[in-house]
Ligand binder design. Structure first.
Ligand code: ADP
Ligand code: MG
Length: 770
């Protein structure tokens, strides 16, 4: 039952819906050409000062009618309600199969009228292409352009020309990863011409919980040149292997040494105090090895395949291609598994999805399972969640969960359900909470000669193909939690007579959303269907997050006690809290990086757009640098070295360097600078400065990003010292940033003063940096 607040929110949407419906007859009467002309009309109304809200009803009615003509789909009233909410910057919870793809077309069309570019994000490239191709027909029909931000073949990359085309489109369909990656890349380029993105204006995020919550713990990182390989991996791996239970402690995703463990470490590595800066590297590697040994488990978070560590996506059980854990964790796991550590790359740029999406002026999203997280979404992103009623009543029966003492009982009971349904040809979808479980079901089905499909470790497109058919007569499908999310399972009439799709959920999942997604596979758009969950004390979540006292009930067959059931369910809540904390932690750490990135990117953009008074800026740099240098008393040799290293390649021996040092250095530097300026045309000089200064900023910033990354990785261990870890992190991050700025300024001066310029063919040149 939707809450009172939700009903109030809906009431306002219904009012607008009524106005839209009133336009419908008029739109129906328009010829195709007249309907197409509406777009131009809206654009000119917008340009003449009307707001989007002024013509929302007409615009919605227009694309609604266009979709009917082009796709044969006329948005239901509920879909229109959701569309209005999206335009208002809300997140809508709308059940699976209610047609969210079509919903998004309405606010996207309306907001595209501004010409500022609107973006639809989905959780994977397959869905982005699928939806762009289908919905794109309508936008194009109405005279708008559509871009797809992911390549057709995931192995390929879009060229700069292709990207320019994509990002200048009116409406862009892409994934969060692709978009964020492009954003970071843009901020590494040296030419305004190589940039193709506009300011972020409006975004609709499909499967929004998966993007904003589940992906929130994995910041996107662009890696660059390899770091020198550390030989500490093997020794710390060995050391951690010798630890006993009392040597370390852990909580959600963090692990640290106890005082006993620290003592052991100091003995093992022969150091007096592990917590001094000198042994920072050792500490970091111990931390990595601890995580590799005690937090990462084979076949849970990763598998070993062809001598490589392949990460698993927890919710789908799928192997994640081309992704490595960062900051050395991947290497630590490789060493733990007896492999050689692969080369470790530096982080060049990174951003969390929280920070990224908060750059949009207006954001909105949709999902079948998000209402549970409305508090967090409000707090972190400041977005409201609205629950949209289904078009037809939900007929699916969600049966009561059954609880068992062990996996054996749980398995047997669920197999009974499976067999019973299968005998009468009713399709069954088994959703397991781990990959191993899906293998067990598959093996037993094989033994019983029951044809079935298993979904894990496939590619997304293939999964979509398979899960689409999960509703066929007699089909049996085994899948991990959200494999094939976003794909529609259609039922034949025959199957409907049999009661629709039966979803069997195996095990308490990590959160309620996953269970909701699993159930939602059945009973879409008023179809019949049934769902049932089988829970046991062997479930991963219950074992790890449940009360330890629960384990004494493991010998019981079926658990009937309400109290014990409640305790079992509490484990899931504990997990949800831990996951929330981890996300929040990421967010808290991120605030430093975000602020620093903002400063650097803003500066870069001003330079790229030539909005800088270079003379003033460089003179300021020079003065600062000379003052810094002269804080100490300097000898003649030191002064000369300073000049040779920073200002020019020769020394004027006629000058005396022991009096008025500051004035003298300032004069030499200023003279050299004006000499540089006079060597080139004004235009060339500007181009040259841009290259020289950006190079200095980028080098310093890349190092800073990498440093912050590592600082964050090492900081877990300081928890032992009971200091406020996050406060300390921010302090250190700030100190490092100041140092980085100094560095950047110094190198900018050096680059400007000491570079040589090589003329190339007509009008082009190369800068050889010192
Ligand atoms: P969701 O993303 O909400 O799970 P989809 O967008 O995948 O749902 O749509 C589910 C199915 O419903 C698709 O096959 C789609 O073509 C169909 N559909 C959506 N809206 C309509 C409509 N207004 N009229 C007819 N079919 C629709
Ligand atoms: Mg969808």
């Amino acid at each position: 039952m939707p809450s009172l607040l939700n009903r109030i929110k809906l009431r306002q949407l219904y009012k607008t819906l009524k106005v839209i419906n009133d336009y419908q007859d008029k739109m129906k009467r328009l010829s195709d050409d007249e309907l197409k002309r509406q777009t131009k009309m809206f654009i000119s109304r917008y340009n003449n000062g009307e707001s989007l809200d002024d013509f929302l009803p007409e615009a919605f009615a227009t694309i609604r009618e266009a979709s009917r003509r082009v796709l044969g789909m006329f948005a239901y009233d509920e879909q229109v309600l959701a569309g209005i909410a999206l335009h208002k910057g809300k997140i809508v919870e709308m059940k699976t199969g209610e047609g969210k793809t079509l919903v998004a077309t309405m606010p996207l069309y309306l907001n595209a009228i501004t010409g500022k570019g609107v973006i639809l994000i989905t959780s994977n490239g397959y869905l982005a292409r699928r939806d762009a191709l289908e919905m794109g027909q309508v936008y194009k029909w109405l005279g708008l352009t559509v871009g797809i931000g992911v390549p057709e073949d995931i192995q390929e990359e879009l060229s700069l020309e292709e990207k320019k085309k994509v990002y200048s489109s009116d409406i862009i369909y892409t994934t969060h990863a692709a978009l964020t990656f492009d954003y970071l890349l843009e901020n590494l380029c040296v030419n305004q011409n190589d940039k193709c993105m506009r300011d972020f204006y409006y975004v609709v995020i499909d499967e929004v919980d998966s993007v904003l919550l589940d992906a929130a713990n994995m910041p996107l990182v662009i890696s660059g040149a390899p770091r020198v390989q550390s030989n500490l991996y093997k020794s710390t791996d060995y050391f951690v292997g010798t630890l006993e239970k009392e040597d370390y402690e852990k909580d959600d995703k963090q692990i640290w040494l106890t005082s006993k463990g620290i003592h052991k470490a100091e003995e093992f590595f022969g150091v007096n105090n592990l917590y001094t800066k000198e042994y920072y590297g050792v500490l970091r590697h111990i931390n990595l090895a601890l995580k590799a040994h005690f937090i990462f488990n084979k076949d849970e978070q990763y598998v070993v395949q062809n001598d490589k560590i392949m990460l698993l996506d927890k919710s789908s059980g799928r192997m994640v291609e081309n992704t490595k854990l960062k900051s050395g964790l991947h290497q630590a796991i490789e060493v733990k598994e007896g492999l050689n550590p692969s080369s470790e790359t530096r982080a060049m740029a990174s951003i969390t999805y929280q920070a990224f999406f908060n750059m949009f002026k207006k954001k909105s999203g949709m999902s079948g399972s998000v209402i549970e997280e409305k508090k967090e979404l409000k707090f972190v992103y400041n977005i409201d969640v609205v629950e949209i009623p289904t078009h037809r009543p939900i007929l699916r029966k969600d049966l009561k969960d059954s609880y068992y003492g062990s996996f054996d009982e749980q398995f047997e009971a669920s197999m009974e359900w499976l067999m019973r349904a299968h005998k009468k040809n009713q399709p069954v979808l088994v959703v397991t909470s781990s990959i191993e479980m899906s293998y067990i079901y598959s093996q037993v089905l094989l033994k019983n000669h029951i044809a079935h499909n298993v979904l894990n470790a496939y590619n997304v497109a293939k999964e979509a193909e398979i899960i689409k058919d999960a509703g066929q007569l007699g089909a049996v499908t085994i899948a991990t939690a959200i494999a094939g999310r976003g794909t529609d399972i259609k039922l034949s009439n025959e199957v409907k007579q049999l009661g629709g799709l039966l979803v069997l959920g195996i095990g308490r999942m990590e959160n309620k959303r996953l269970e909701k997604q699993a159930r939602g596979r059945s009973g879409r758009q008023g179809d019949p269907g049934t769902s049932k969950f089988f829970v046991s004390l062997d479930d991963e979540v219950i074992k790890e997050y449940g009360a330890p006292s629960l384990m004494k009930y493991q010998h019981e067959k079926e658990i009937k006690s309400r109290r014990i059931k409640r305790l079992m369910n509490q484990a899931q809540k504990n997990f949800e809290i831990a996951a929330y904390r981890a996300r929040n932690n990421t967010l808290e750490f991120d605030s430093s990086t975000s602020a620093q990135r903002y400063i650097i990117y803003t500066l870069r953009n001003r330079i790229l757009k030539d909005e800088i008074n270079y003379d003033e800026m460089l003179d300021g740099f020079i003065q600062d640098q000379i003052k810094d240098f002269l804080i100490e008393i300097r000898t003649k040799e030191e002064i000369e070295r300073f000049i040779l290293n920073n200002i020019q390649y020769h020394i004027d021996t006629s000058l005396s360097y022991d009096k008025n040092q500051e004035k003298l250095l300032l004069r030499i530097a200023r003279e050299q600078l004006s000499k540089r300026k006079s060597e080139m045309s004004q235009n060339r000089y500007k181009q040259f400065l841009r290259i020289a200064i950006l190079n200095a900023i980028d080098n310093a910033w890349i190092e800073q990003v990498d440093y912050l990354e590592q600082l964050r990785a090492s900081i877990g261990l300081r928890r032992y010292s009971q200091k406020n870890v996050i406060f300390e992190y921010h302090q250190e991050a700030y100190r490092a940033f100041e140092k980085m700025l100094d560095n950047a300024k110094r190198n900018a001066i050096r680059n400007v003063m000491l570079s040589s310029i090589i003329e190339k063919a007509e009008g082009t040149f190369t800068v050889m940096l010192p």
